[in-house]
Design a protein around this ligand. Structure first.
Ligand code: ADP
Ligand code: GN1
Ligand code: MG
Length: 371
C-alpha cells in the first residue's frame, strides 16, 4: 500500500469512528513496535480542540481483532467500575474505547485493516526510559495495582489474543525453526547468541514446569509491561493509567514483573547498539520490586514471590530470543528502523540476562527484603 492509499484508509477510519467534532488533522504518534498509532485532533462547535488516539491493529500479529476488542471492552468496562468504586476518575484511569458510528468497538475498512479509537488521556506522559527512578517505581505500583484490580475478573471469558505468548519453551522451538530455515542467510552471524540460548535451554522450562505442578497460578495479566505502557500524571507524578491492553490474557504474575525489569532496570535503551552502555541496574531492580510487592504482594503466593528473579531473567532471555528469531526470519514481526535493529535488541537482552545471573543472590535478597 502506498503512503497516499494509507492516508485514504486513515481518513476512512476517522470518519467511521465516532470522534466528536470535525477532524482537523492527524499524525503518527508513539513508539510501539506492533500497531500503528495516530493522534487525531478534532475541533468542537465551541472552538476547542479535543484529541483522540486512533490505532490500526496489526492483524498479522493479532489474528482475530474482533476477539481482541471483546477482551479490551470487557476489561476496560470492568476497570471503569472498579476505578469509580475507589473514587478515581474512570475517564483517565483506564482506557476508554470510542465506538464506531454504528456502535461497534472497532472499524474494519474496505481493504480489511482494523482500526479503533480511544479517548486521549491528557496531562499525562509515557516515558521511553527510566531517567527518574520514581517514574519506574510508579510504573511498578500501577502494573501491580492493575493485576490486583483484575484479580476477580472472569478469566475464562478472555480470548488468547496471541497463543503461547509467554510460553518460553515454545519461543525456543520457534527460534530453532528459524535457524533451520535460515530464510535470510543470517544464521552464520549469530552463532554466539545461539550458543548463549542453548547453554540455558533447560532453564527455559522453569515457569511452565511450576505451572504444571500446580504451584504457579494463572492470573489475568497484562503481558506487555514496558514502562512506556504506563501513563504518568503530569501534575502528581503518579502512575495514572495502564495502556496497550492487546495482550491482557491469563498469564503469570511473574512474567509481568519480569518484562518490566528487562525493559526498565537497564542502564540503556532496549535497542542500544553499544553494549558497553548496557548493564543490569540492581538499584532500579530494587525500586521496581518494592513498588510491585507493595501493590500486589497480598494477592501473590510464596512461589510467585520466590520466582520474581527467575521471571526477570526468563523475560530477558525470551524477549532476546524473540528479537533473534525475527532477525533470522527477515524482520517481519517487530518494526525496525535500521539494519540489524533486531539483533541489537537481542544482544541487550542477553547481556541483561547474563548480568542478572552474576547478581542472582543480591536479587533474591532484595525480593526477600520486601516480601
Ligand atoms: P503499541 O502497541 O504499538 O505499543 P500503544 O497502545 O502502547 O501501542 O500506544 C503507543 C503510544 O501512544 C503510547 O506509548 C502512548 O504514548 C500513546 N497512547 C496510547 N494510548 C493513549 C491514550 N489513550 N492517551 C494518550 N496517549 C496514548
Ligand atoms: C512489543 O507493542 P509494544 O511495542 O508495546 C511486543 C512485546 C515486546 C516488546 C519489545 C504484541 O510491544 O511483547 O516485549 O515489543 N508486543 C507484542 O519491545 O508482541
Ligand atoms: Mg505500547
Amino acid at each position: 500500500m502506498t503512503r497516499e492509499e494509507y492516508c485514504v484508509k486513515i481518513k476512512e477510519a476517522v470518519e467511521n469512528i465516532n470522534f466528536k467534532g470535525t477532524c482537523i488533522g492527524y499524525r503518527p504518534y508513539g513508539n510501539g513496535h506492533i500497531n500503528d498509532t495516530f493522534l487525531v485532533r478534532s475541533r468542537q462547535t465551541d472552538g476547542t480542540v479535543l484529541r483522540y488516539i486512533l490505532q490500526r491493529m496489526n492483524h498479522e500479529v493479532f489474528k482475530n481483532p474482533g476477539q481482541l476488542m471483546e477482551n479490551i471492552a470487557g476489561v476496560t468496562g470492568f476497570l471503569r467500575k472498579k476505578v469509580k468504586s475507589e473514587q478515581g476518575d474512570p475517564d483517565r484511569e483506564t482506557l476508554n474505547i470510542i465506538k464506531t458510528r454504528d456502535g461497534n468497538n472497532f472499524f474494519c475498512d474496505s481493504i480489511g485493516c482494523y482500526w479503533r479509537g480511544y479517548q486521549f488521556i491528557e496531562d499525562a506522559t509515557c516515558f521511553e526510559d527510566v531517567k527518574d527512578p520514581d517514574v519506574f517505581y510508579q510504573s511498578a505500583l500501577s502494573f501491580g495495582h492493575f493485576q490486583y484490580l483484575l484479580s476477580d475478573y472472569p478469566a475464562g471469558t478472555l480470548h488468547e489474543t496471541i497463543p503461547d505468548f509467554h510460553n518460553t519453551p515454545v519461543r525456543l522451538e520457534n527460534l530453532r525453526k528459524a535457524v533451520k530455515e535460515d530464510k535470510s542467510g543470517r544464521v552464520k552471524e549469530v552463532k554466539a547468541e545461539l550458543a548463549f540460548v542453548l547453554e540455558r535451554e533447560k532453564e527455559l522450562h522453569i515457569l511452565m514446569d511450576l505451572y504444571e505442578e500446580g504451584k504457579l497460578p494463572l492470573r489475568v495479566t497484562h503481558n506487555d509491561t514496558k514502562l512506556n505502557n504506563i501513563m504518568i500524571d503530569n501534575a502528581t507524578g503518579k502512575g495514572i493509567c495502564v495502556i496497550d491492553l492487546d495482550t491482557v490474557m491469563p498469564g503469570f504474575s511473574v512474567t509481568d514483573f519480569g518484562d518490566s525489569i528487562r525493559f526498565g532496570a537497564s542502564t540503556g535503551a532496549e535497542d542500544e547498539p553499544d553494549l558497553s552502555k548496557i548493564n543490569f541496574d540492581l538499584a532500579l531492580f530494587e525500586v521496581y520490586t518494592r513498588g510491585f510487592l507493595e501493590s500486589c504482594s497480598k494477592s501473590l503466593n510464596e512461589t510467585e514471590i520466590d520466582m520474581l528473579p527467575a521471571g526477570a531473567r526468563l523475560m530477558a532471555l525470551e524477549c532476546g530470543m524473540r528479537f533473534l528469531t525475527d532477525y533470522l526470519e527477515g524482520d517481519t514481526y517487530f518494526r525496525i528502523h535500521r539494519e540489524k535493529h533486531n539483533l541489537d535488541r537481542c544482544r541487550t537482552q542477553f547481556k541483561l540476562a547474563a548480568e542478572m545471573e552474576q547478581k542472582w543472590d543480591l536479587m533474591k535478597q532484595i525480593v526477600n527484603k520486601y516480601r
